[in-house]
Design a protein around this ligand. Structure first.
Ligand code: LFR
Length: 499
């Protein structure tokens, strides 16, 4: 019923969606969550001069359409939550106005800055004080790039708001900083659980920009009177959920075993396990794992893997050339192609920037003395097998770091619609893959709203609700997983024994 509906905005790098969640009482007192998508919109990176930006105002507009639609359809949500990708931000001036257009994390401005900042601070220190895999898009490097460019924006900025907090601010007028996103900046000290002001000062990043983090599941405030009037809706409460999409997705993993392994599968692949606190050993740094703050007082020890981005970019090129190959057809052609003909290292830095992806895959294969993919099917097969092998490596690393042994892998997110990838992963790992739910980020977003509203007790109860509400498909290893062993050795050689 309408009284218990919540609205989730889940924004990804290529699209955003608005979904309604409704708690239903089933016979026998069992409660389930019903999810309905009510609005979907594209989100595109926009090149402007030398920079790559997000179209933030467009996103705000589409979110307003989503709110309007929720009421038009009669759901009357009591609250809404927003989750997005990590690391990106907007700056507000002294009058509370947005300064310029937020940068996209794939903007080339941060190229080479990992090494430059490491030479100032030291790699070990950076890891110990930030907890993250050193990735060029981390907020720390974006701000350092702006400082190096003498960006006047940085001089007039009063407040930094990470993307979900920025969008919430544009709807409510209230400025907050939600914890899970704060931990993606590399400027938040995982042990002290405080902003790392010394590090900011060393890099010329103004510490005054950062607000004290609030816990996921905290109410921010109602829609502003102006937004209410514009949309003709009542004062819906905006709640800070686990606003980093990865953390929302992990919250929605329907695992019974608390020491489960997961793979959040979308544009990026995040493979990891849940811990009560950060894991900041030298081995973790060597293995290039991140410690990201999660919901429910957790830390997520995870590896960030390039993910389906490579295939999405190849497909975008094929579409632009008019190849008109559907996703299903592509997967079918991949399946029909020769196995293990060529492999790539999905985390090779050449695959990071948008554009020319087919050529990048071909040149990678040629340079490493392998057969060059000739068709869409062969290219897709190469990418998917390489991802499955990378997942195996990451899972083994996670076991080594934590001493846990994982009997299975939970896969969630849009990427699991690619069943070939799920099956390949089960074979590569020689362990069952439990796939579901697809809408994990949006569901996790709703769960934190339900917790904030007192409709759900805690994370454990929330996960039981997911298990009761959404199907999980188990992909078992096909039986001849051994044929993945030689390719795995080949794959590790390609990576030159890097973790
Ligand atoms: C996934 C994700 C990852 C983050 C990447 C860039 O959508 O949020 O967790 O590393 O996007 O922000």
């Amino acid at each position: 019923g309408g009284a218990s509906a919540v609205l989730a905005f889940d924004l990804g790098a290529s699209s955003g969606r608005a979904l309604i969640g409704e708690l239903a009482e089933e016979a026998g007192g069992l409660r389930t969550l019903r999810v309905t998508e009510i609005h979907r919109f594209s989100n595109r990176a926009i090149h402007v001069g030398d920079h790559l930006h997000w179209d933030t105002l467009r996103l705000l507009h589409e979110m307003k359409q989503g709110i309007r639609q929720a009421f038009k359809l009669g759901y009357a949500p009591v609250s809404l939550g927003i989750d997005t990708w990590g690391v990106d931000f907007g700056l507000l001036d002294a009058n509370g106005e947005l300064i310029g257009n937020p940068y996209h994390y794939r903007d080339p401005q941060t190229e080479g800055l990992i090494d430059e900042v490491a030479s100032l601070v030291g790699r070990e220190e950076l890891f110990r004080q930030g907890g993250l895999q050193l990735m060029a898009f981390n907020t720390i490097y974006q701000l350092y790039a702006m400082r190096k460019a003498n960006s006047p924006k940085l001089d007039i900025a009063k407040t930094l708001l990470l993307t979900p907090d920025l969008l919430a601010y544009l709807l409510t007028g209230v400025r907050v900083c939600e914890f899970t996103m704060a931990t993606t900046t590399q400027l938040f000290h995982p042990e002290r659980r405080k902003w790392n002001t010394e590090l900011m000062e060393r890099l010329g990043i103004p510490p005054g920009l950062f607000l004290d983090p609030i816990r996921p599941g905290t109410a921010i405030g109602p829609l502003t009177p102006a937004v209410q009037a514009e949309l003709g809706v009542p004062p819906v409460e905006v709640i800070a959920v686990g606003t980093h999409d990865t953390e929302s997705a992990v919250a929605a993993v329907p695992a019974e075993d608390p020491e489960f392994a997961y793979l959040v599968c979308g544009t990026w692949s995040l493979l990891g396990t849940e811990l009560p606190g950060p894991h900041l050993t030298p081995e973790t740094m060597e293995a290039e794992f991140s410690n990201e703050g999660g919901v429910g007082d957790t830390y997520q020890l995870l590896k960030n893997i390039m993910g389906l981005w490579i295939l999405q970019e190849c497909k975008r090129e094929w579409d632009e050339r008019g190849a008109e190959i559907s996703f299903e057809q592509l997967v079918a052609e991949a399946e029909a192609s020769e196995p293990f003909r060529s492999l790539i290292d999905p985390d090779d830095s050449r695959f990071y920037a948008p554009g020319g992806m087919n050529e990048k895959v071909r040149s990678y294969c040629a340079e490493t003395g392998q057969a060059v993919p000739r068709t869409e099917g062969e290219t897709a097969r190469c990418i998917l097998e390489s991802l499955a092998l990378r997942y195996r490596q990451a899972l083994e690393l996670a076991e080594g770091l934590t001493g846990r042994s994982f009997m299975a892998l939970h896969m969630v997110g849009g990427g699991i619609q690619n069943k070939l990838l799920c099956r390949m992963t089960a074979d590569a790992l020689n362990r069952p893959v439990h796939a579901g739910p697809v809408e994990a980020s949006a569901i996790g977003n709703m769960l934190l709203q339900l917790i904030a509203l007192g409709r759900c007790a805690d994370l454990a109860e929330a996960r039981r609700l997911v298990a009761a509400s959404f199907p999980v498909e188990t992909h078992r290893p096909s039986g001849d997983s051994r044929r993945w062993n030689d390719p795995y050795e080949r794959f590790k050689k390609l990576r030159g024994d890097r973790p």
